[in-house]
Design a protein around this ligand. Structure first.
Ligand SMILES: [Zn+2]
Length: 412
């Protein structure tokens, strides 16, 4: 079978999709369920139908475009990504996986491939957290990772709920119907730009993702005692910021000594009250983000933080309260899909790097219901989520070719 990617068509489609935008080019802004997003979706569905695919949408707007296999009851081979874009983003994040997935299917059709398993392109709703404050809304619902009740309650900045917005956008039906049945998938592969600099630095053509890291995020509040910066003497102080400093350094040390490079911990926000030069900090609020590819290791860091909260609270006589906001489990990719990707790279003599996805993607959630892997292509300087995001046509075509070969192997 001779699979050929129509690089020119694929690149021109990426350019066309970028014209559905609420920002001036080259920037792309396409927030979920805005009229721009809905126009882009309509255009995408047309492209899919032109390729002979059967299109269906679920209640949250996840869009499935299916090339029906000879055994229509067999589990599906999936690919896809997202087309929503954060404000002032680029053209490639998500889009490469959607239009690349479509071109992979068309290339297999041109090569007279006859799939046994249906091959399905999936366009996820709201991978970006821009509108509802939570990323991967579509895939969380597909995989049952987010409960329907929690999803219904989500609202945007104008106070409109997911429930209202999606219905206004034309997506009826019940959110409880979104979750896919077990064994729906034989496998799922997502093509994506790397969004980091490693492939470029190492001079490799493709990245095969074996692990997807996931964050746990917490809000930690420390309440001490305020007072005049001159009048309250050192033995009598319960300075909330000094306690916070101990927590931050202890967290850093816990991540550094976890024994794995994949463990990272960050305090990105530190709000100090009352925040005056001559006032002892009475209250501090910290944001904590701990990420890892291994859940047990991440738990060890969180335990250490908890322990430090206890000891610091006792020693300094301050109240410390921590609240777990979110803790998605990391994912291991499927060895058989990785092997198929590897073999395709070797056949095509494309150099590759086996890597960890440190950003998370819809595939993280799809891993709860399907064997998954991701395929990364380089992006210039590792830039992403900015207008000068760029992936070369050659890299896009090579990623699409390996995707097509891998899908054909899984669907045969
Ligand atoms: Zn993305």
């Amino acid at each position: 079978m001779k699979i050929e990617i129509n690089q020119q068509l694929l690149v021109s489609e990426i350019e066309q999709l970028a014209t559905f935008s609420d920002a001036d080019p080259p920037a792309v802004t396409r927030v979920v369920f805005t009229s721009t997003d809905l126009k882009a979706r309509a255009w995408m569905k047309d492209r899919c139908r032109n390729a002979g695919l059967i299109v269906r949408e679920d209640a949250i707007g996840n869009t499935f475009a299916r090339w029906v296999g000879s055994d229509s009851a067999a589990p599906v081979v999936g690919t896809g990504s997202h087309i929503d874009a954060i404000p002032n983003a680029g053209k490639y994040d998500g889009v490469v996986g959607v239009l690349g997935g479509l071109e992979a299917i068309r290339a297999l059709q041109r090569a007279q491939f006859r799939p046994r398993h249906s091959i399905e392109l999936l366009i996820f709703t709201s991978e970006e957290p821009t509108r509802f404050g939570i990323g991967c809304l579509g895939s969380r619902l597909l995989s049952g990772t987010l409960s329907v009740d929690s999803a219904r309650k989500l609202a945007d900045n104008d106070g409109s709920t997911v429930e209202d917005i999606r219905r206004r956008a034309g997506f009826s039906g019940e959110l409880s119907q979104v979750k896919l049945p077990d064994n729906y998938y034989k496998g799922f592969v997502e093509l994506h730009i790397e969004q980091g600099p490693l492939l470029e630095q190492e001079g490799k053509i493709l990245g095969l993702v074996e692990k997807i890291a996931a964050p746990a995020s917490l809000r930690v509040t420390i309440e001490g005692e305020g007072g005049h910066a001159g009048a309250v003497l050192m033995p009598n102080r319960h300075d909330a910021l000094c306690a916070a400093a101990e927590l931050i350094l202890s967290l850093e040390s816990a991540a550094r000594t976890s024994g794995a490079i994949d463990t990272v911990a960050t305090v990105g926000i530190c709000d100090v009250f009352p925040g005056a030069v001559n006032s002892i900090p009475a209250k501090v609020r910290l944001s904590v983000d701990v990420r890892d590819t291994d859940l047990t290791r991440r738990e060890v860091v969180l335990k250490k933080l908890e322990e430090t909260c206890r000891t610091t609270s006792a020693e300094r006589q301050v109240a410390i309260h921590s609240e777990l906001l979110n803790a998605d489990a990391p994912a291991q990719c499927d060895p058989a899909i990785l092997q198929a990707l590897r073999e395709s790279c070797q056949r095509r003599q494309f150099s590759f790097l086996t890597m960890t996805s440190r950003a998370y993607h819809d595939s993280l959630f799809m891993s709860r219901i399907a064997p998954v892997s991701m395929l990364f292509i380089p992006c210039r300087h590792g830039y992403s989520h900015r207008p000068d995001e760029y992936a070369s046509p050659e890299d896009i075509a090579r990623g699409t070719l390996v995707l097509a070969e891998t899908l054909s192997g899984l669907a045969a």
